[in-house]
Design a protein around this ligand. Structure first.
Ligand code: ZN
Length: 356
């Protein structure tokens, strides 16, 4: 069959009947639908906490983030003792890691949830005196906002903005090399503007700048969408290997997933960037992604007597997985489970601009 070639970051797939196919990855142990549902019982959170702890063992580069997510899941499960113990473990064992500073705001969050308001206030005061980073300040503003304390949240959002402003020297050069901190700063400015609006303040210059920047960005996206509306596909479907299957796929079919892709750890970050680019390019497009299943793909290949490298075969596998209601709408909610199957929140996993 003829394909309009739209190769993805991994050199895999192509267009098929007007639907761009993106890449192939794997399914995790649990049901993707359960993970995508968004509402969770204490039992679900308990499961998630255990999954995050397994992730912490499996992904040494992300051990601190995974343990902080585990602590959050224990907190949501109502197990405050275990949540606190997990944070204490991060602080004791990973003090050299940059992400460890996020453990302190998480400890505050656990205490607030546990009703230990006095301890939380003491810790906030201590954190405040310790010259926290922009990321820690932004995180603290977010948690206080979620807790309904807009006044204090705003103080922390201000601190984040001031912290960023204080490090503006050489900022443009740094941003072009590493846009992650810039995204954190933008999110801090956005949180500040939202808090000020919630508290009924008149918009100040920075709020207006934020909304102007948002409007300008939206206009650019509208223009892009208009230029693509005439020819662009309405739905883009991607096939991906979830976290639980990638290593196995690389062993079975190195032509589909080369070992270096697994080693570099860039598989999901590349896909996330690709989905983001596709969505920005054609704003009206719905991005639907489908977890692939190595055994099901192998069975289909056997049945059709085709190699797994065959794009049409993988397209049919994707549609079969879709028929099994495994498709996920991308992007997932920020606070929902990540699409990649990590059992972490999207905003703290593939949706975290700092790790893209
Ligand atoms: Zn993820």
């Amino acid at each position: 069959m003829a394909h309009d070639k739209t190769t993805d970051a991994l050199g895999t797939p192509a267009d098929h009947d007007g639907q761009k196919e993106m890449a192939a990855s794997e399914p995790a142990g649990g049901s993707v639908r359960d993970r995508a549902s968004g509402t969770h019982s204490p039992h679900d959170w308990d499961e998630r906490a255990r999954q995050c702890e397994r992730d912490a063992t499996m992904y040494p580069d992300e051990v601190v983030e995974a343990l902080i997510d585990a602590a959050e899941a224990w907190k949501n499960a109502g197990n405050f003792t275990r949540a606190e113990a997990t944070i204490r473990r991060v602080l004791a064992e990973h003090s050299g890691d940059d992400a460890v500073e996020l453990a302190w705001p998480m400890l505050i969050e656990v205490w607030l949830a546990a009703g230990k308001d006095e301890q939380a206030r003491d810790e906030l005061a201590r954190l405040s005196a310790s010259r926290p980073s922009v990321a820690a300040s932004t995180f603290t503003a977010e948690l206080l906002e979620a807790h309904g304390d807009y006044e204090t949240a705003l103080e922390w959002a201000e601190r984040a903005v001031i912290g960023w402003a204080g490090s503006m020297a050489g900022a443009v050069e740094r941003m072009s090399r590493d846009p992650g901190p810039f995204a954190v700063m933008m999110s801090g400015v956005g949180i500040r503007a939202g808090l000020r609006a919630s508290l009924g303040y008149e918009p100040d210059e920075l709020d207006r700048l934020t909304s102007r920047a948002r409007d300008a960005f939206a206009q650019q996206l509208d223009a892009l969408a208009a230029s693509h509306a005439r020819s662009g596909p309405k739905e883009v479907r991607g096939l991906f290997w979830p976290r639980g299957a990638l290593e196995e796929v690389a062993r079975r079919w190195p032509t589909l997933v080369p070992a270096e892709v697994v080693e570099s750890g860039r598989y999901w970050t590349d896909l996330e960037a690709q989905y983001t680019a596709v969505a920005a390019e054609a704003r009206t497009t719905r991005v639907t992604i489908v977890p692939a299943d190595p055994d099901a793909l192998a069975a289909l290949a056997l049945e059709e007597k085709l190699p797994v490298e065959d794009n049409d075969l993988r397209w049919r596998h994707r549609e079969a997985q879709r028929a099994r209601k495994l498709a996920i709408s991308w992007p997932p909610p920020r606070n929902g489970p990540c699409w990649c199957g990590s059992a972490r929140k999207y905003k703290k996993c593939c949706g975290n601009p700092a790790i893209r």
